[in-house]
Design a protein around this ligand. Structure first.
Ligand code: ZN
Length: 390
């Protein structure tokens, strides 16, 4: 049943090929998570040439075939403008991820006090300073002074307004839905105090959100494990968790959530069942693993195209792979375990599918059991680490 999932723990599976859902179902069955299939962003649809309706139809077909009769959701991912919303509503999506990142002012952290004062003229300083400047009640996530409040207002004020506008539009169009706010693709990390500010502003302005995705410190890059100091991240996560607990009304959402094996135990420790995890490109990489084994010629064509396209295609993604660090090609499937090869293949999916999409799908249909088993094993690893507590 396609339905909003509210505070149920959820796991999001993007499927850029429309063939991965059977493997996703195999992995999620028997876990405490409800699945969100058909998780596809506007950017991904542009690169794969699929419509929101096609993405949802592919997922529905797999859900019916696998006789999955429990609740599931469909995620209209990274919606940036009010105009992005309608096609997803019409198709029947239940989960809407708003990305107001373009309205985040990334210079706010380093602006001079004079520049800040100019910028806050568009906001209601008297009202907000009365709300946020108490001075004495120190919280786990910190406390505002007038400068840090100005910086938070400048950095996230417009993004908050954009989110309110998107929420209002959605509420006009649909009665019940999951609403996620994501600032995970901004240049700078979201501090716990800023997290508090965003959540509190949204609540104050009447936005009922189900989940929130901050940008954490360190690097949550595509298709690879966390890069950064885990003990620093641990301290930071504990403060973010205090913010989430304070409100008690929404889940923590982890974007670029695939392959972060070293981080899952912490996420589980701090948020327990109050989580949503998003994955997408890792399912495409599992498809390429099938190819590397069963159709090496096609794999090599995609791999060389990926190397050609990488510098261009990587621009809108958080990745740090380098072409001159690629390993030797003695064993093709093992390339799918290499940091650099994974990221290079990951961000070039649009180019690869434009040129080789039809052939790739043929191979996957021929080897559907191999694809299903690969996905099952890969996601089981994720879900087991996220199940440890709560
Ligand atoms: Zn994201």
């Amino acid at each position: 049943m396609l339905t909003p999932l509210h505070l149920t723990p959820t796991f999001g599976f993007g499927d850029r090929l429309g063939l991965a859902t059977p493997g996703h179902i195999a992995a999620i069955r028997g876990t405490r998570f409800a699945p969100v299939f058909a998780q596809q962003s506007v950017r991904e649809n542009a690169r794969t040439g699929r419509t929101p309706q096609q993405v949802l139809d592919d997922a529905k077909r797999a859900v019916d075939a696998a006789k999955w009769d429990s609740a599931w959701g469909a995620d209209a991912d990274h919606l940036k403008t009010v105009d992005d919303i309608l096609p997803f509503i019409e198709a029947g999506y239940t989960f809407f991820t708003i990305d107001p990142g373009e309205h985040v002012d990334n210079r706010a952290d380093t602006d001079s006090p004079e520049a800040l004062k100019q910028k806050i003229k568009g906001f209601n300083w008297d009202e907000l300073s009365a709300l946020y400047l108490h001075g004495d009640d120190q919280q786990t996530w910190g406390v505002f002074d007038s400068e840090s409040l100005m910086r938070a207002m400048v950095k996230y004020g417009k993004a908050t307004q954009q989110t309110v506008a998107m929420f209002k539009r959605l509420s006009e169009l649909k009665e019940a839905f999951d609403f996620e706010v994501s600032v995970d693709e901004t240049d700078l990390p979201t501090t716990p105090l800023e997290h508090f500010f965003i959540a509190n502003e949204l609540r104050r302005l009447g936005v009922r959100f189900t989940s929130l995705a901050p940008r954490f410190i360190g690097r949550f890059e595509k298709g690879v494990d966390y890069i950064g100091d885990l003990s620093v991240l641990d301290t930071e996560l504990s403060k973010h968790a205090a913010v989430t607990r304070h409100f008690g009304t929404y889940k923590l959402s982890l974007h670029s959530g695939s392959d972060k094996f070293s981080v899952y135990p912490w996420i589980s420790k701090y948020w327990g069942k109050r989580i949503h995890v998003k994955t997408a490109g890792t399912s495409y990489l599992e498809a390429l693993r099938v190819l590397a084994k069963h159709s090496p010629d096609l794999f090599l064509k995609i791999y060389s195209l990926a190397c050609e396209r990488y510098e261009t295609d990587k621009r809108t993604y958080h990745v740090s792979a380098q072409l001159d660090q690629l390993p030797s090609m003695d064993d093709l499937p093992s390339l799918l375990d290499d940091f650099h090869a994974r990221q290079i293949l990951h961000v070039t999916f649009g180019s690869a599918l434009t040129q080789f999409g039809a052939e790739l799908k043929q191979v996957l249909q021929k080897h559907e059991t191999a694809y299903l088993e690969g996905l099952h094993a890969h996601f089981e690893k994720h879900l087991q680490l996220l199940q440890v507590s709560g």
